[in-house]
Design a protein around this ligand. Structure first.
Ligand code: HEC
Length: 197
């Protein structure tokens, strides 16, 4: 086929049988390179395998199933860690004697919304006074830990476990232990049972 060369319009070029032109754009029916073709064929093959594995036979895990499996394994690992290093009152009390941990706990208390309900001095507002001897959900360090971890959703105390995790909540308990029975001025009236400690 003979047509005009667009770069040099005055010159006619012969492209042979395979050349053709659409709207003045000249094309050749070049053979595709083998690497390209093979990549393409393999991608097609892969997609068929993928489709059968995940959608027809469903032998592969869906993203949700894979996620749930991973979460289950992480939970098991966390339980194992916990079993090896159980949370005890003694451990939490020991942490409350460490000024660095207590300071970190105080920062956590100030920065994680606790002050909105318990006030910055922990004297209580919507939530109870945390500086007296009275506890609604138990005053043992592990009980305080569990109250913070699980919250008391029906009474307006949000669960913090998923948000803050084990180690931060231990620091919060260490801080609360360090200020318990300090009776801040203007604190809320006692609620719950009296517990020394
Ligand atoms: C939205 C308000 C709110 C926020 C935010 C909040 N609390 Fe509370 N908290 C409460 C209320 C309300 C209670 C009392 C629940 C009840 O009446 O059973 C409570 C109870 C507690 C108790 C148990 C007190 C007892 O007498 O047994 C502890 C400990 C505590 N909160 C710590 C925290 C910490 C630490 C934070 C921040 C990480 C926090 N709270 C954030 C409202 C809140």
């Amino acid at each position: 086929m003979t047509e005009k060369n667009i770069d040099r319009p005055n010159q006619l070029v012969d492209h042979g049988e395979e050349a053709h032109s659409f709207d003045g754009i000249q094309e050749y029916d070049n053979k595709l390179p083998n690497w390209w073709l093979w990549t393409f064929y393999l991608a097609c093959l892969f997609s068929v395998g993928y489709w059968i594995h995940y959608h027809v036979l469903q032998t592969g895990l869906s993203s949700m199933e894979a996620y749930q499996l991973e979460m289950k394994e992480a939970k098991k690992a966390a339980e194992k860690r916990e079993a090896k290093n159980p949370l005890t009152d003694a451990l939490l009390l020991k942490l409350s004697k460490d000024p660095k941990i207590v300071a970190e706990g105080k920062t956590l208390f100030l920065k994680n919304g606790c002050v909105g309900c318990h006030k910055a001095d922990a004297g209580g507002m919507i939530g109870p006074n945390l500086t007296d001897e009275y506890w609604l959900h138990g005053g043992k360090p592990t009980q305080i830990y569990h109250t913070i971890f699980n919250g008391v959703p029906l009474k307006g105390m949000p669960a913090q476990g998923k948000l803050l995790g084990r180690s931060r909540i231990q620091k919060l308990v260490a801080y609360l232990e360090s200020i318990r029975n300090t009776h801040v001025k203007g604190g809320k009236a006692p609620q719950g049972k009296k517990e020394e400690g």
